[in-house]
Design a protein around this ligand. Structure first.
Ligand SMILES: Cc1cc2nc3c(=O)[nH]c(=O)nc-3n(C[C@H](O)[C@H](O)[C@H](O)COP(=O)(O)OP(=O)(O)OC[C@H]3O[C@@H](n4cnc5c(N)ncnc54)[C@H](O)[C@@H]3O)c2cc1C
Length: 563
């Protein structure tokens, strides 16, 4: 059995940034991750990270705050958004000092910034179209320098709580040795990333299965705003591979099958750089009304010229050629909206602490602070991961310094108990194969809980989820081995995905309005009187119970949202 002051589950941007902050605050911190740190989905982030540096413009953190509040369709908590935007410039400089190589402005040599959706100024810092990869590798080198221990290829399966209900560690499957381990901790930080794989197709890595959200949910902690799934406007068909918003930031335009630049109808001022929910709905409308091309619309980059495409969007060119057979220097890329980012997550405060469980913290995409409300702006998620990663690591360390936490309550018996459950799954020979749950779930979510929703579809979705939920305890896997058993991992992940779909569907049925990414054709208006509130999903007796909490407003009154 292992014990640390702070255990951070997940080694993407949020997890590593949290571990670095905790280490710097003087506690014994360890990372636990199911894949190697630099394979975390953060490394797939292309477009950039926002900060009002004001290098070439009169931008300010107040502008960034307003854009984020408006982008969130006023559901974001304004005190938390002020922190996000206020800490942003300092975090970028810190990353740069640690060695992150950002692209530079051609004449001034300062960090360059590109325009992004929903932003009043060009404020997205970038490293060509490999921004996440560059930051991820930078943080990894800092973790190595600090000698922060990392349990690689450890899959966390359960949270451990003490008699008072406080979190005191985790149970994990060590894939390399095939054993189940207890890791005790005074504080646990969940940083397990998003849940994009609830949908198919998805821009997310196969590992983005929302594990941390489900671990918290099962331990009695509520998830917040689960009905809000972001559909990114430019994904390739059929793979779902992302084409960064940076492509539009650099000047790419969207065309329908008439060659019309259709965004002029939907967002006459911001056009392609309206916020993501607006652009995705516009594309979906064009496709539904018969002005698409084989279920897609076209993203045209040709006018940018070869030199700019090769310099600013080299990865996009490669992806378009590999996954759509199109060279964007020569021809427009067929794209469509695709499941991309989950605004919801573990309900935490602005220090990343879960108010419902002492000793539990969460940061990054698996957490809901909430800074993105009903719709996230591009470039704000990498930012959230580092800003709130740092705050959360710091808060977890303070929690330990203050004498809290009960790592000793985690015992080897916790691993043994899980071992029994695992054997049950490994030894079962009859039942439902995991892919017969996972695939229909993801296809159904895409079809019925997509860009546009309605009561009939959502109720049908609930039926499918209920049916699949019953099958989860009967799952069978064909690989009976102990080491590197990917079938086993997929089976456990499938259970997590079903939990999360359940919360998403229940939240979406209840929310009878349209706000941000949650767009109901049967309730097309935003209803501030009734629905200016966060939803909280609890799992009780295997069923989702909904409750609600207040939205924090500081400076900005809700307005009609146009771009
Ligand atoms: C293709 C793509 C492009 C994007 N581009 C941008 C962009 O340009 N700008 C922007 O701001 N945002 C972007 N985003 C969003 C952003 O990248 C993510 O929201 C952010 O990187 C999430 O970071 P994270 O640290 O929370 O999680 P991740 O980077 O996903 O890391 C999750 C970690 O948790 C670990 N983990 C998960 N489950 C378990 C478990 N059960 N046990 C142990 N470990 C576990 C994993 O091993 C991994 O280390 C993009 C997302 C995608 C998918």
């Amino acid at each position: 059995m292992h014990t640390h002051d702070v255990v951070v589950v997940g080694a993407g941007l949020a997890g590593m940034r949290a571990a670095i902050a905790a280490h710097e605050a003087g506690v014994d911190v360890a990372l636990v991750t199911k894949i190697h740190p630099v394979r975390s989905h953060s490394g797939a982030a292309q477009g950039g990270i926002n900060a009002a540096l004001g290098n070439e413009t009169e931008d300010s953190t107040d502008n960034h705050t307003f854009d984020t509040v408006k982008g969130s369709d006023y559901l974001g908590d304004q005190d938390a958004i002020e922190i996000l935007c206020g800490d942003a410039p300092g975090e970028i400089i810190q990353l740069e000092h640690w060695g992150a190589v950002f692209s530079r402005h051609e004449t001034t040599g300062k960090i360059a910034q590109r325009p992004f959706g929903g932003a009043g100024f060009p404020r997205t810092c970038y490293a060509a179209d490999l921004t996440g990869l560059v930051i991820l590798h930078t943080l990894y080198t800092v973790c190595v320098k600090y000698e922060i221990p990392c349990y690689e290829e450890y899959f966390v399966t359960e949270l451990i709580t003490d008699d008072d209900g406080a979190c005191c560690g985790v149970v994990a499957y060590d894939m390399v040795h095939g054993t189940i381990e207890t890791i005790g901790a005074k504080a646990v930080v969940l940083a397990t990333g998003g849940a994009g794989r609830v949908y198919a197709p998805s821009t997310n890595a196969h590992a983005s299965t929302g594990d941390g959200m489900s671990l918290a949910l099962r331990a009695g902690v509520p998830l917040k705003d689960m009905e809000f799934m972001q559909f990114h406007p430019t994904t390739l068909s059929p793979s779902g591979v992302l084409v960064t918003e940076g492509a539009r930031g650099e000047g790419g335009i969207l065309l329908n099958n008439q060659g019309e630049r259709f965004m002029s109808k939907y967002a006459p001022n911001k056009l392609e750089l309206a916020s993501r929910d607006v652009v995705s709905r516009s594309e979906a409308t064009e496709i539904l009304e018969g002005r698409g091309v084989n279920g897609c619309v076209m993203l045209d980059l040709r006018h940018l010229g070869k030199e700019k495409i090769m310099e600013r969007l080299p990865q996009i060119r490669e992806l378009a050629m590999a996954f759509a057979g199109v060279d964007p220097i020569e021809a427009p890329i067929p794209i469509r909206p695709g499941a991309h980012y989950h605004m919801g997550g573990v309900h935490v405060d602005s220090w990343g602490a879960a108010p419902h469980m002492s000793g539990l913290f969460a940061a990054g995409e698996c957490a809901c602070v909430s800074v993105h409300g009903a719709n996230r702006l591009g470039g704000n998620s990498l930012l959230e991961a580092v800003v709130f990663g740092a705050r959360t690591g710091d808060a977890a360390a303070r929690f330990v310094h203050d004498g809290n936490g009960n790592a000793g309550a985690a015992k080897p018996e916790h691993a043994l108990e899980y071992e029994k459950k695992l054997r049950g799954l490994l030894e079962r020979t009859q039942g439902t194969p995991q892919h017969e749950i996972r695939d229909p779930l993801a296809d159904m979510m895409q079809e019925k809980v997509g860009v546009f929703r309605n009561g009939d579809d959502l109720n049908a979705a609930r039926k499918v989820v209920d049916d699949l939920k019953e099958k989860v305890p009967t799952m069978v896997i064909s690989d009976k081995g102990r080491t590197f058993n990917q079938s086993l991992i997929h089976a456990i992940e499938t259970g997590f995905l079903v939990d999360l779909a359940d919360c998403m569907v229940e939240g979406a049925i209840a929310r009878t309005e349209s706000r941000g990414a949650h767009s109901r054709t049967d309730f097309p208006e935003r209803d501030d009187e009734k629905w200016m509130k966060h939803s909280l999903s609890y799992l009780e007796d295997g069923k989702v119970r909904l409750d609600y909490s207040e939205v924090t407003m500081t400076k900005f009154e809700p307005q009609v949202r146009t771009y």
